[in-house]
Design a protein around this ligand. Structure first.
Ligand code: ASC
Length: 150
């Protein structure tokens, strides 16, 4: 084998490993990526969960408080996805995340898209609208968990 061919085959084989390494590098190590995304989901859970007693009518509807929670959701919901890079398997993540990247992306999009109506409802101060949007967002959480989380 010619030296150049050997070099390009070596590079082709090593490239995915390098990519994984570079990605993990952004978080120091793979476990940092797992902790990062779990941390983001904890924040999401806390602020989505805070809406639950409101839509169930267990606490008084406070438009400003709801909007504050939803605005945090809007921000933090952008964070976890880039921490699912190659070589970051672990936590409760199923391998399907890496085997079905399109499906995982579609599930992310469904969730992120659901935040539009949730935000609109929170801004409008309309509790009925909020209930509907909350249910839709919750359904998108569940759908993703059912397919991609252990
Ligand atoms: C939550 C939460 C989830 C979702 C999901 C919706 O409040 O922590 O994981 O809603 O249970 O079905």
């Amino acid at each position: 084998m010619k030296k150049s061919a050997f070099a390009s085959i070596t590079l082709a084989l090593a490239a995915p490993l390098l990519a994984a390494n570079v990605h993990a590098q952004a978080f120091g190590k793979a476990d940092d990526a797992v902790q990062y995304r779990q941390g983001a989901f904890q924040i999401i859970k806390a602020h989505f969960g805070a809406l639950q007693p409101v839509v169930k009518g267990q606490v008084a509807y406070d438009q400003a408080a709801v909007l504050a929670d939803v605005e945090i959701l809007d921000q933090v919901s952008n964070l976890p996805w880039k921490a699912f890079g190659p070589g970051t398997e672990g936590g409760k993540a199923r391998d399907d995340i890496w085997l079905d990247e399109e499906g995982f992306k579609a599930a992310q999009k469904k969730y992120l898209d659901s935040l539009g109506p949730l935000t609109a409802a929170a801004k409008a101060g309309n509790l009925d609208q909020l209930k509907k949007a909350f249910a839709d967002t919750g359904a998108s959480c569940k759908a993703c968990h059912d397919s991609f989380r252990d």
